[in-house]
Design a protein around this ligand. Structure first.
Ligand code: MOS
Length: 747
């Protein structure tokens, strides 16, 4: 054993200096000899077909190397299968690959790729490509598609059934004393992390190297290999740094393969970056949606029925909806439940994962309905949730691997000052401002990978160690926390440990999606580092020249790089002494971890939390200000309190953004997004950001993975928007059932 000391510490990011000084190279920063630049030309219509290209002018433009269209681009080798990247397999974001023929399914769909010797020349030439279309009517909005809606067998790449039921929802409603029946709408959201998606591609004979902004290097590798008909070993993917992803870099869209094809066709390394505008049409989005909820409850507030229907547009090729009905159907102990997805075909690309994909939207609707129920019954909102608390997943009957939810309510409420809340709407004022307090439950599933997660640990004779795993640092602080995990498992100080990742030549890790990164990567790193420590201890106890010779390895502890007998701390030697004496420059061990099927089958795994918000509403101007947010979360074990708090805080602020600002709409006449820049798509700036407090409630979880890590990536967003909507109701007495809530809704 070792004495843990690094895990949990608020260690600064090991790559922080690198990042702020420009030393960290992102996928679009790669410089190569002979590099050329590719620019995608997107379709200007949402539906129809291409009748012809005129590239004469573009081809004559200065610096142009090549223009690719469906007329000269080699066909892809296989039709992309839609498999969410959590499966660790090829993970195209949609089964459609562009530029195979002239059919147009959505605005922005790639129709040409222009390659030139500089970025500016490629952009200028791209603007000169003329495309003629035969346009057909498009369907892009709920209003247009509602009548064609149908119930799919499954959604989310086939992983989630289209309908889920338990008990008898009609009977549950019949026995209810009170009901809430309401429709909630949620505007589409677009992805726009600081770093737009980008790929640099280079061929060396038949070997392809891609520097790609991705959540999983293996996902890019396997997807591009399949599309190009290559064996995976011929595709190396490097992704050391990712400037935020949040789901838009989870699935692999067309651009990495297009970059590889352009590089092959031109014989030059290619850099292809999506523009800000293209980020709105190229990497999926959170779909516009409407949710209809019916709650039935007894007069003492116990849920007797929950009916949850969702309607949303999907693409022409895939049946995708974010699983908004998932957590919302599991969080309370309601015996009678019905969840149904309905889809209609629209002229959009396939929607995708977007932070807390489904959980954020589904819990927004449910938690607003619960607030209405509390108000109707005259029960405190926290008390109502406690009355419906469940120790087991009501769908399967399996117990939670760990919970902490009640403590989150209690500690969150305490820190927020919930007891000061007078339940009567419009009862709190600050001058002219109406003040409201709202809360909501947060929960996010603990996803495990389907396949083994691997890492490798190597100790050098100077006592330093390197730990390797293929994962990129996707912006969360992976390299930092994995250094902490490895240091503790090896029994060395964290400064003597270094993490290397982001390369398919390293041991394979699945894409970091679904908040699974910290849990699965720490499990692999912990296993590899523990194997290495065990190997070193075994070698010492077997070495006739070691002071530990003959000792039972289980009695040896390691601290500060020194192996000693637990009961006789003065008997022992350092790793460095052992290696030097045996002429070993280094010692290495691998490790693999996969979730135990027994645990997966017998436990339900969820990260819980509670959100609180205070808003101020100006009754004359309709201005809404969020004054404070407090979130209490129980993410199992915290690997680094600073990075964990930052993640949760980011999620909460994103929830505020969804509640009050973020929205994109399709122009129904042209089938185009109305907002296509960060000038039109609103996100909060520092002046909008309230005081955000995060309370970490550590719970012991022996089931999820070796270190009991449940993840903090997404739960911070779940419930945040609902807490704000509920606070607005409390402030004003007005229940707004749409996201975002804007000034107009207050007037
Ligand atoms: Mo997350 S939306 O699974 O990257």
């Amino acid at each position: 054993m070792t004495t843990a000391s690094a895990i949990g510490q608020p260690l600064d990011r090991v790559d922080g200096r690198h990042k702020v000084s420009g030393g960290a190279h992102y996928s679009a920063d790669i410089q190569l000899d002979g590099l050329a630049y590719a620019v995608i030309v997107g379709a200007r219509v949402a539906s129809g077909r291409i009748t012809g290209f005129d590239t004469t002018e573009a081809l004559e433009a200065v610096g142009v190397v090549k223009i690719l269209t469906h007329e000269n681009l080699p066909k892809i080798a296989t039709q992309p299968p839609l498999i969410p990247s959590l499966a660790g397999m090829p993970a195209p974001g949609q089964t459609f690959f562009p530029m195979q023929d002239g059919t147009i399914y959505y605005e922005g769909q790639p129709v040409a790729v222009v390659v030139a010797d500089t970025l500016e020349r490629a952009q200028a030439a791209a603007a000169l490509v003329r495309v003629a279309y035969e346009e057909t009517p498009s369907v892009t909005t709920l209003a247009q598609g509602r009548d064609q809606a149908y119930e799919p067998k499954a959604i989310f790449g086939g992983f989630v059934p289209g309908r889920n039921q338990r008990g008898d929802v009609e009977a549950g409603l019949a026995q209810a004393d009170v009901r809430v029946d309401a429709t909630y709408t949620y505007a589409a959201n677009n992805h726009n992390p600081i770093e737009p998606s980008a790929t640099t591609a280079a061929w060396d004979e038949d070997q392809l190297t891609l520097w790609d902004a991705t959540q999983g290097v293996a996902s890019t590798q396997l997807t591009v290999a399949a599309l190009l008909g290559l064996t995976p070993s011929k595709v190396r993917v490097i992704s050391h740094f990712v400037g935020g992803s949040f789901g838009c870099k989870a699935m692999i869209w067309a651009h990495p393969a297009l970059a590889a094809l352009a590089a092959r066709e031109t014989g030059r390394p290619i850099k292809l970056s999506l523009t800000r505008e293209q980020m709105f049409t190229s990497v999926g989005h959170r779909e516009e949606q409407e949710q209809h909820l019916t709650l039935g409850a007894s007069s003492d507030g116990r849920l007797t029925a929950l009916r949850h229907h969702k309607l949303s547009p999907t693409s022409h090729f895939d049946e995708w909806a974010e699983p908004s009905l998932g957590v919302a159907g599991q969080i309370y102990g309601c015996p009678n439940y019905e969840g149904v997805y309905r889809l209609f075909r629209a002229n959009t690309m396939t929607p995708t994962f977007m932070r807390a994909p489904g959980e954020a939207t589904g819990m927004y609707a449910l938690e607003c309905a619960m607030d209405d129920l509390a108000h109707q019954l005259g029960i405190d909102p926290i008390e109502l949730r406690l009355r419906n608390y469940t120790d087991t997943d009501p769908g399967t009957g399996n117990p939670w691997s760990s919970s902490g939810l009640k403590e989150c309510y209690e500690r969150g409420a305490g820190r927020f000052g919930w007891e000061r809340r007078n339940p009567e709407p419009r009862s709190h004022r600050d001058g002219n401002w109406l003040i409201g307090y709202g809360m909501a439950t947060a929960a996010y599933p603990v996803y495990g990978p389907n396949n083994p997660q691997r890492a490798r640990a190597r100790l050098y004779s100077d006592g330093t160690a390197v730990i390797q795993a293929a994962t990129p640092d996707f912006g969360t602080g992976v390299a930092t926390v994995m250094t902490q995990v490895a240091a503790d498992a090896l029994g060395i100080p964290v400064e003597r440990c270094r993490f290397e990742g982001g390369d398919t030549t390293l041991p394979t890790i699945a894409a970091a999606v679904g908040s699974s990164g910290a849990g699965m990567i720490s499990a692999a790193v912990h296993t590899a580092a523990t194997n290495l420590r065990d190997q070193l201890v075994a070698q010492a106890t077997a070495d006739s020249q070691s002071p530990l010779h003959g000792a039972d390895p289980s009695t040896v502890v390691v601290q500060d790089g020194r192996m000693t007998l637990r009961d006789q701390p003065n008997v022992g030697e350092s790793y460095a002494e052992l290696l030097h004496r045996n002429f070993l420059p280094d010692v290495e061990a691998g490790g693999a971890w996969s979730p135990s099927p027994q645990n997966t089958n017998n436990y339900a795994m969820m990260t819980f939390g509670a959100q609180f918000a205070e808003v101020a509403v100006d009754p004359d101007l309709g201005v809404i200000r969020v004054r404070r947010m407090v979130g209490a979360f129980a993410p199992g074990r915290v690997l680094n309190s600073k990075t964990a708090e930052s993640q949760l805080m980011g999620g909460m602020l994103w929830g505020m953004s969804q509640a009050l600002l973020e929205a994109n709409f399709m122009d129904p006449r042209r089938g185009r997004w109305v907002a296509s820049s960060l000038g039109e798509y609103l996100v909060p700036v520092n002046a909008d950001a309230p005081e955000v407090e995060v309370e970490l409630v550590e719970v012991d979880d022996q089931i999820v993975n070796p270190l009991g890590v449940k993840g903090v990536g997404e739960v911070g967003q779940v419930g945040a928007a609902a807490a704000i909507a509920n606070a607005i109701h409390h402030a004003t007495g007005r229940r707004v059932r749409k996201m975002p809530i804007t000034i107009e809704d207050m007037l």
